[in-house]
Design a protein around this ligand. Structure first.
Ligand SMILES: Cc1ncc(COP(=O)(O)O)c(C=O)c1O
Length: 402
């Protein structure tokens, strides 16, 4: 059978599946212990668990609007190149999206453009920390403080990364983590909000008490997903789900009809155990990223991104830039089975479903558009072997010159 790598798998261990089964059979609720473990790990006083990261984000924006209580402040500033769910979370909360272009060298905000925003309408600025590389959080933090707007630190892809010695996800008024399948630790699905702010916490607690649990049908679907994921993520079996087009694996689609629920209790058993090995999971990713860096270091292959001074990335994936769309097409055509992907196909400013309702700072996002044409992300997870990295790098170099 062909060896096929998932782009962003986080293997679930048999022990973790055992914890999940125990919680399922005994009716235990491991969520309070998991939330407490997150608080200890990130040294934050408050953590709340949700059905998905996007649900957590939409919920958080609603809480921030209530806390700010200024009807003129309805805009959420979103990086022009990030997960489409960030924009949909703001729109689902009844707010407006203002897209701000990025720095193509780091994927963090273009700080000049961020500073040029009319902040009188802004409620919050969100970060992206894509592929586990911290944004320029100290600068973004200082801009938001200067203008008296909230900073939401989106660490969906960057759990365990740091900048200036501080964890991504703990900057600003609140941080967001995702527990979805490809994230640093997973529960198959899930999201978390962490905050140190007691006023925000009071609003969160009130609203959270009214949130429903996932329905039975949705839970059963998650259980099936979990078992399929657990058994088929291995490279000798991943060809099976990868060949089923209706699973839409690796595709980015705009979604805005997700429920805002609590994290299903049994899934917290998995993520709690994964949290206890987050350092080991991260070390594997960093080791694989280092191998890409070393192997590509002596070649005139694809472009690399710069890491911001003081940042300690976790490389959920290792991103590179092809010289143009054609070079990328050549490469992806050759190496589709080795977990390489083109990431988000468009800038947020070009997403068909929302193009007409979003606001674009300076009316265009050329840097994000260029990145959307050129970026390729390489897998760093535990199933990637040194030989895979050699092969991927060889093909990257030849596609760059071909
Ligand atoms: C940067 C970013 N923010 C938010 C989300 C939403 O998280 P979830 O998939 O858990 O809804 C994602 C998901 O991939 C993401 O990459």
């Amino acid at each position: 059978m062909p060896r096929v790598l998932a782009p962003t798998g986080s293997p679930v261990s048999a022990a973790e599946l055992g914890h999940w089964l125990t919680a399922l059979l005994t009716g235990q609720d491991p969520r309070p212990a998991f939330a407490e473990a997150i608080c200890q790990h990130f040294s934050v006083p408050h953590c709340h668990l949700f059905s998905t990261g996007r649900a957590a984000m939409s919920f958080l924006f609603g809480c921030l609007a209530e806390m700010n209580n200024d009807p003129a402040r309805t805009e959420i500033v979103v990086p022009a190149y990030t997960c489409y769910s960030v924009a949909s979370s703001a729109l689902m909360a009844g707010l407006h999206v203002r897209v701000c272009d990025i720095d193509p060298d780091t994927l963090s905000y273009d700080l000049e453009q961020l500073r040029s925003i009319d902040f009188s309408r802004v409620l919050a600025v969100t970060t992206a920390n894509l592929y586990g590389m911290p944004d320029n959080l100290p600068e973004i933090d200082s801009i938001t403080r200067e203008h008296g707007v909230f900073l939401v630190d989106d660490a969906a892809q960057s759990m365990q990364a740091r900048i200036a010695g501080r964890f991504s996800g703990t900057w600003g008024i609140a941080g967001l983590f995702s527990l979805d399948k490809g994230k640093n630790i997973t529960a198959i699905q899930g999201g978390m909000i962490v905050t140190e702010n007691n006023e925000l916490e009071n609003i969160i607690v009130q609203r959270y008490s009214r949130l429903p649990e996932n329905g039975h049908v949705s839970n059963i679907k998650e259980y099936i997903k979990l078992l399929v994921y657990f058994s088929l993520l291995h490279p000798s079996l991943y060809w099976m789900p990868a060949s089923l087009p209706f699973l839409h694996l690796g595709e980015t689609r705009y979604e805005d009809d997700y429920p805002i629920n609590r994290l299903p209790r049994t899934l917290a058993a998995i993520s709690n155990h994964q949290l206890s090995r987050v350092e080991a999971i991260t070390a594997i990713r960093l080791g694989n990223a280092e191998r890409y860096i070393q192997t590509l270091g002596n070649t005139s292959g694809p472009g690399r991104f710069s890491i911001i001074d003081g940042a300690e990335p976790v490389f959920l994936r290792y991103p590179v830039r092809m010289k143009d769309k054609q070079a990328r097409r050549n490469f992806l055509g050759e190496y589709a089975g080795l977990g390489v992907t083109a990431s988000y196909p468009q800038s947020i400013s070009d997403v068909e479903e929302i193009r007409s309702v979003i606001r674009i700072q300076n009316e265009q996002t050329p840097n994000a558009r260029q990145i959307a044409r050129e970026i390729v992300t390489l897998p760093t997870h535990a199933y990637v072997r040194p030989g895979d990295i050699e092969n991927i790098c060889k093909e990257l170099v030849s596609a760059t010159h071909g």
